[in-house]
Design a protein around this ligand. Structure first.
Ligand SMILES: [Zn+2]
Length: 529
């Protein structure tokens, strides 16, 4: 857990290297210098113990001078700065525990009793601050250079998030909603604090910009621009020659191609969104990476959900990924989509599965009122069927379900036709990367929802899309950062687990640990050959 190694941080090429007796003009200068030192070495500090000058109670006499003293802060005379990984998990160790610039949640889990500290005190004779004791040794690695921007002292609103806030504001979304949207998207993985959002909006509204909406023509120009900026950006458009209308478009950013080449096993294609202004359904291809996070592979817009349009989207998608078809595609139960799959993806060896999330949503829509008071019993039985891993048992249970709930039988018969595409027992040999539902696609949808409203123009749309994407990447990067800088908790004494910690991501490690724990519950017996 806590590493035995010691990291000495006395490096010569720093702009400032703390020494005992170093003098500073003020408390602020002391903190800033050390902050800068920490920045250069890539760790973060937090404010530790503080002592104040003993002063008279300001409300003793109500003279003009003493009333102004009420507003000035108590004067600090001694301050300890700690590494943000000082202390251990249960925080509140009696220290004034304020993270500089940020009061992030979950911070305590980073703690590993790091012994680093620098203490300075005020010399009342000359008003200068002097370093009186310090320990510059850490018991952990410094933050990787690429992840420095996640460190609490480095926080700011990234440009793409600013862009999104701007879009939401133009769409008339209030600050509180923007806050919740950003929270929904990023959770704890933020590189800013919420007051930064207020400040940013305040500044934004002050400048009062109002660019005009752009149309499909401009949208294509923007795609061309992306292509011009980066040859690796791919897109296809299809414009109706008679009406001159943009009917279909698909695009893929360079990092999406990279992600796809790594995580193409299971792809969710979700097409449940309508971008109101252009009345074009929006489809996204998503997958899951080795951190268990959704990764978006491509986005597409089409004028309507016909077999022809889905075929075009699938064909162009394959073209963009050099005909490297996904192993499994999960979709909603939609005939046009299924037909397009059969025509385009099936010949490439891709399996088609229906996601249970949509399946259940449809079941609810069709059967909830029909079954009335039997609904909750029915849904329990249905879930049992879904989870059954033995085909024979599944078929038996399914028949029981049909006879037990006659009012649902017509619908169940219809569902039965595609059972190989949704029942767990038929898919035991198919790697689903934990994605049997479209929750992941849905989460991308939720993310996009914030941008899509009646006033969303195509151009804002793709900007929003790109921002959503960058946010995803940032999330993944943040996970890597967290993994590198948080302690690993071993669940077992197994050497297998030790090895796993050195090669797996936190997400995969957790899955492995769960299985290891389960394996202890198996009964072993010797078998003769
Ligand atoms: Zn440290």
């Amino acid at each position: 857990m806590t590493s035995e190694f010691q990291v000495s941080t006395s490096i010569s090429n720093l702009s400032y290297q703390p020494q005992i007796n170093d003098a500073f003009e003020s408390h602020e200068e002391f903190v800033d210098k050390v902050k800068n030192y920490a920045h250069e070495l890539r760790f973060t500090i937090r404010l530790g113990k503080v002592e104040y000058l003993s002063s008279k109670k300001p409300n003793s006499k109500k003279t003009e001078e003493s009333s102004s003293a009420i507003t000035t802060e108590r004067k600090i005379r001694k301050r300890t700065l700690l590494c943000s990984r000082a202390g251990h998990n249960e925080s509140k160790d009696g220290l004034e525990d304020e993270n500089l610039n940020n009061k992030g949640r979950g911070r305590s889990s980073q703690r590993c009793d790091c012994p680093f500290y620098i203490r300075a005190s005020l010399n009342s004779a000359n008003g200068l601050w002097y370093i009186i004791n310090m320990n510059l040794i850490h018991n952990h690695h410094m933050v990787d250079e690429n992840h420095q921007h996640f460190m609490s002292n480095e926080r700011s609103i990234p440009d793409d998030v600013k862009q999104r806030i701007e879009i939401l504001r133009r769409a008339g979304v209030d600050v509180t909603t923007i806050r919740s949207i950003l929270k929904e998207e990023f959770g704890d993985c933020v590189t800013w604090v919420y007051s930064d959002i207020y400040n940013f909006i305040y500044k934004l509204e002050g400048s009062g910009t109002n660019k005009k909406e752009l149309d499909a023509e401009e949208f294509i120009k923007l795609l061309e621009q992306f292509k011009h900026d980066n040859e690796e950006f791919l897109y296809f458009t299809d414009i109706n020659k008679d009406t001159d209308r943009l009917e279909r478009v698909i695009w893929m950013f360079p990092e999406q191609r990279m992600n796809y080449s790594r995580f193409y096993d299971v792809v969710v294609f979700d097409n449940t969104y309508k971008t109101n202004r252009f009345k074009m359904p929006f489809g996204i291809f998503t997958g899951v990476n080795n951190y268990g996070r959704s990764v978006c592979f491509a986005g597409a817009l089409m004028i309507d959900e016909t077999e022809d349009n889905f075929s075009w989207v699938f064909t162009k998608f394959l073209e963009m990924v050099n005909q490297h078809a996904p192993l499994v595609i999960l979709t909603d139960d939609d005939r046009a989509m299924a037909n397009a799959y059969a025509k385009i993806l099936k010949p490439m060896g891709t399996k088609h599965r229906l996601c249970q999330w949509h399946l259940m949503k449809n079941v609810m829509k069709n059967l909830c009122s029909k079954l009335g008071s039997n609904w909750s019993a029915f849904i329990k039985d249905l879930y049992k069927c879904l989870e059954e891993i033995d085909i024979q048992k599944f078929l038996t249970q399914w028949d029981v379900l049909k006879t037990s709930y006659p009012s649902a039988s017509t619908y169940l018969l219809r569902m039965e036709k595609t059972k190989e595409k949704w029942a767990g027992c038929f898919n035991r040999d198919t790697f689903m990367a934990d994605m049997t539902t479209t929750q992941r696609g849905e989460s991308m949808n939720n993310m996009m929802k914030g941008y899509l409203d009646a006033s969303t123009s195509l151009i804002k749309f793709i900007n929003a899309f790109q921002s959503a994407l960058e946010a995803q990447n940032e999330n993944t990067e943040f996970r890597i950062y967290k993994q590198d800088n948080f302690n690993i908790l071993y669940k077992t004494t197994s050497p297998l687990e030790r090895q796993a910690t050195s090669i797996l991501t936190t997400f995969s490690l957790k899955k492995t640990q769960e299985q290891l724990m389960q394996s202890y519950m198996y009964r072993c017996e010797e078998i003769s050959e």
